[in-house]
Design a protein around this ligand. Structure first.
Ligand SMILES: CC(C)[C@H](C(=O)O)[C@@H](O)C(=O)O
Ligand code: SF4
Length: 478
């Protein structure tokens, strides 16, 4: 029988299967960070249990660490969480990439860059954006703290198999249009619930042409479309990215792995519960204007006015969003001023993101009323960018160049946006209060964020640069 990649990944990890019950799945990789693990370890201790496979766990600290003066964690809860992670990893024998490590970074950035994230694996983490790792053809999803404890204790997890959706993206992307715009466009068009109850496979010629870093951006935000997880069938792009990565198989083992990984792709005539087809050429650079990622328009758009919504409930949520974001409706996206720019997060903080942004910024200056920060996703990304001289270019333009971490994505450290001010952010969530109390977040791609930094307002990045400069080097850095 024909199978999708999702069927193959699922079936190969079943440990226990009983009628009308969830399946017990084996977990190949458990990623851990400081925020969602303390209670899980405490639970183990209480029950006198131990970690079943510490060798399949991997920990980092990313959410609440400072990006300036990183060892000086002022907030007490944050400091305690970081110290607790250190203690837990030491006690249970788990590898930790701490603040001293050159391998530290956002958990969803370092898994792939270290070659821990591989096709065919089941990967979990107490973090919703674990969907990112699906870009490699892994079955990966976020879990809650009690599930973290279960996986620590047993290396398995009870799961009901979700439905399957094929999101087929074909056609050429226009200049200045990135993977971030594709996923924002998808969510704007189909809503934040379109993926509820589903695992999505992203397929089609556009996805095949994407670099691994672009595929990661796509899968990262599938969770904002409500999906349980998302996946891209692995191919040569995947294998060449993995080749040579620190913990990836080497030599003969790598070649044999590639053979097995290739077989994971969805069979030609495999069936999905739902299919959505997208024409990539329709997509423009996108900007969110509201408090969900679906409140999003092309740069040429105009914010809806209060009365344009059909149901009473939607009317109210539109009203609330307009109020929180400080709009009356009918404002042009291109007229919205920004005071802050954040280039970072597990969505867009990899080398190719920074390279693309640098092409917009080179030789120019950040607008005098804008504070712009660049937070590389990992120490490795930071180092690679510095080797290329990108940091100097950004600093010369007026950006701040920071240490790696989640940073202003969720404001669990000092990097917050003051009340009532606006931030063009390359992250994935624009909920009320996400970047600080009363902060107003607008999600965009790295090149759109860079353009906003220069202009002090949202600007069509395509109008800033001559055509040849707009050619974003898709494969740079992967
Ligand atoms: C802190 C963590 C639980 C959370 C998540 O699961 O996504 C965070 O990473 C986020 O992006 O909001
Ligand atoms: S960068 Fe943002 S979205 Fe990603 S894991 Fe950190 S807080 Fe969550």
């Amino acid at each position: 029988m024909s199978k999708t990649i999702i069927d193959k990944l699922w079936d190969r990890h079943i440990v226990v299967k009983e009628e009308n019950k969830p399946d017990l799945l084996y977990i190949d990789l458990h990623l851990i960070h400081e925020v969602t693990s303390p209670q899980a370890f405490a639970g183990l201790r209480e029950k006198n249990r131990t970690v079943r496979r510490p060798d399949l766990c991997f920990a980092t600290m990313d959410h609440n660490i400072p990006t300036i003066n990183r060892f000086n964690i002022k907030d007490e809860t944050s400091r305690l969480q970081v110290q607790t992670l250190e203690k837990n990893c030491e006690e249970f024998g788990i590898q930790l990439e701490g603040l001293n490590s050159g391998q530290q970074g956002i958990v969803h950035v370092i898994g792939p860059e270290l070659g821990l994230t591989l096709p065919g694996k089941t990967i979990v983490c107490g973090d919703s954006h674990t969907s990112t790792h699906g870009a490699f053809g892994a079955l990966s999803f976020g879990i809650g703290t009690s599930e973290v404890e279960h996986v620590l204790a047993t290396q398995t997890l009870w799961q009901n198999k979700p439905k399957q959706m094929n999101v087929k993206i074909d056609g050429e992307l226009g200049f200045g249009v990135t993977a971030k715009d594709v996923i924002l466009w998808f969510i704007a068009k189909f809503g934040t619930n379109v993926g509820t109850g589903y695992i999505i496979e992203f397929s089609g010629s556009t996805v095949r042409k994407f670099s691994m870093e672009e595929r990661m951006t796509l899968c990262n935000m599938s969770i904002e479309a409500g999906a349980k997880a998302s996946v891209v069938s692995p191919d040569d792009v995947t294998f060449s990215y993995i080749s040579g990565k620190r913990y990836a198989p080497k030599d003969q083992e790598f070649l044999e792995s590639c053979k097995r990984w290739r077989e994971l792709r969805s069979d030609e005539n495999a069936t999905f519960d739902q299919t959505i087809e997208i024409d990539a050429s329709e997509i423009e650079p996108m900007v969110t204007w509201g408090t969900t990622p679906s409140m999003c328009l092309p740069i040429s758009g105009v914010i809806p006015a209060e009365d344009s919504s059909p149901s009473a409930e939607e009317k109210q949520s539109l009203k609330n969003a307009l109020q929180y974001m400080g709009f009356n409706g009918n404002e042009k996206i291109e007229d919205i001023p920004v005071q802050h720019v954040f280039i970072g997060s597990c969505t867009n903080s990899r080398l190719s993101d920074l390279l693309q942004a640098s092409k917009v910024v080179e030789g120019k200056k950040v607008h005098p009323e804008v504070r712009a920060i660049i937070v590389p996703g990992s120490q490795a990304v930071k180092k690679e960018a510095e080797n290329l001289g990108l940091h100097q270019m950004f600093i010369d333009a007026g950006f701040e160049w920071r240490e790696s971490g989640c940073s202003m994505c969720l404001g669990m450290n000092d990097d917050i946006v003051p009340e009532g001010e606006r931030c063009a952010s390359t992250s994935n969530r624009n909920f009320a209060g996400r970047q600080g109390k009363g902060a107003r977040t607008h999600l965009v791609s790295p090149i759109m964020a860079a353009a906003a930094a220069l202009e002090g307002k949202f600007t069509d990045v395509r109008s800033i640069l001559p055509k040849k400069e707009q050619e974003v080097d898709r494969y740079a850095g992967v």
